[in-house]
Design a protein around this ligand. Structure first.
Ligand SMILES: Nc1ncnc2c1ncn2[C@@H]1O[C@H](COP(=O)(O)OP(=O)(O)OP(=O)(O)O)[C@@H](O)[C@H]1O
Ligand SMILES: [Mg+2]
Length: 387
């Protein structure tokens, strides 16, 4: 499939000329002759590259560039700024607005072609690196007992149902209930690792401490032994665990409990996606709002935080969905229905509900959440991710 390039210029002759040159080199060309049209086409056409004129009547190229960079759908698309001006100031303004390269008009066709080729090659390399970088999901509860561990564990199970190779990690030293849910009550692999000097925390150290559930799901667990809670360790050690797990698990999912302590705060910074688990009542909502503000002062605009409501009790007195969305300032990503019976059976069998009862409503809701996160990973990696 030829690579698609979006050309933006208010001058129709210029559009035609550059379009022809690029078509001759085998690229597919999409054109826009104004800033707003450029923004729309960049979102809908998913071009591999944008060539952007600076001087346009409705919105100048710098502004278009800034808006493309602010939108999660378009922020990774490489941009070449194209203008008749040759002033150095313009070049600086272009780079500041987020351009990757700069060309001045009139440009020799050979120069245009070679710049396009090198930018496209660079961005393909970048995408490959992003793919190898792995993917991390942090799960944190707005308060204790809202279902954080259930979501983290079953989300990991859902990724394995989809054919991925996830690892789920329980960061709750001394109160790690995840092991209890899957039949490993005594496993304290996380504490064993964090007791070591930071320099000894490597991929192999971590792999040695992973447990493998009968389903094949891998986990790095904390136990409920009080001694674990008293363990002190440098934050760098926690970060070494996170960075190694990023490459071991595809994806790596972290149960961070419900306290935004220093470790959780640092770990959250490393997360590509953050799930905030909330109960549909005013207290949990207030706590969620506080927490989201602390994690991401710019809130929803980053696209990194996903709200998941866990509805543990069947009730008609809960806060309505639209009020919750309004008060948290973003859409709800998933609503999980009450599933006492199914979760109880899953606990008895020591198998995550998504695996033991794949047809239960709660399972389909979590599988759908998994699909949704999948799609976000793909967008982030420019559609080249294996998952
Ligand atoms: N959708 C649900 N319907 C009914 N019960 C649920 C649901 N989700 C979780 N639960 C139950 O709520 C209890 C707490 O769940 P879980 O351990 O996942 O919460 P948590 O937020 O991780 O708690 P903690 O703060 O203690 O770590 C468990 O008994 C679990 O089975
Ligand atoms: Mg928990």
């Amino acid at each position: 499939m030829p690579e698609k390039i979006l050309i933006v210029d208010d001058d129709i002759d210029s559009l035609k000329l550059i379009g022809l040159m690029l078509q001759r080199h085998g690229y597919e060309v999409v054109a826009a002759n104004a800033g707003n049209q450029a923004l729309n086409k960049a979102s809908s056409e998913h071009p591999s590259l944008i060539i952007l004129d600076v001087m346009m009547p409705d919105m100048d190229g710098y502004e278009v560039c800034r808006r493309l960079r602010a939108n999660p759908d378009t922020k990774a698309i490489p941009i070449i700024m194209f203008t008749a001006k040759t002033l150095v100031d313009d070049k600086v303004a272009g780079f500041e607005a987020g351009a990757d390269d700069y060309l001045t008009k009139p440009t020799h066709p050979a120069e245009l072609a070679s710049r396009v080729k090198s930018i496209l090659a660079r961005s393909a390399t970048q995408k490959r690196q992003d793919t190898n970088r792995g993917f991390t999901i942090g799960v944190i509860g707005a308060k204790g007992g809202v279902g954080t561990t259930t979501i983290a564990l079953n989300l990991a199970a859902a990724f394995s149902v989809k054919g991925e190779n996830p690892v789920v990690a329980d960061f709750r030293l001394g109160s790690g209930s995840m092991g209890l849910y899957i039949g490993f009550p005594q496993s304290g692999g996380m504490a064993n690792i964090l007791s070591k000097p930071t320099s000894e925390i490597r991929s192999s150290t971590i792999e040695d401490e992973l447990i493998v559930h009968q389903s094949g799901l891998r986990a790095l667990l904390s136990s409920t032994r009080v001694k674990e809670a008293q363990l002190t360790f440098p934050i760098d050690s926690a970060m070494a665990v996170v960075r190694n797990l990023r490459t071991i698990g595809r994806p790596a999912i972290f149960d961070l409990g419900s306290t935004l302590d220093l470790v959780a705060q640092r770990v959250l910074r490393e997360m590509d996606q953050i799930i905030v688990v909330v109960e549909p009542n005013p207290v949990a909502l207030n706590m969620a709002r506080e927490m989201i503000q602390e994690i991401e002062p710019n809130g929803a605009s980053s696209g990194r935080i996903q709200i998941v409501i866990v509805n543990r009790v069947q009730s008609n007195t809960q806060t309505p969905w639209h009020e919750i969305e309004h008060s948290l300032g973003q859409e709800l990503r998933a609503i999980i229905s009450p599933a006492h019976e199914q979760l109880f059976q899953a606990m008895r069998a020591a198998v995550p509900v998504v695996l033991s009862q794949p047809n239960a409503i709660i399972s389909s809701q979590i599988l759908k959440l998994c699909d949704d996160l999948f799609a976000r990973v793909k967008v982030a990696a420019g559609g080249e991710m294996s998952y």
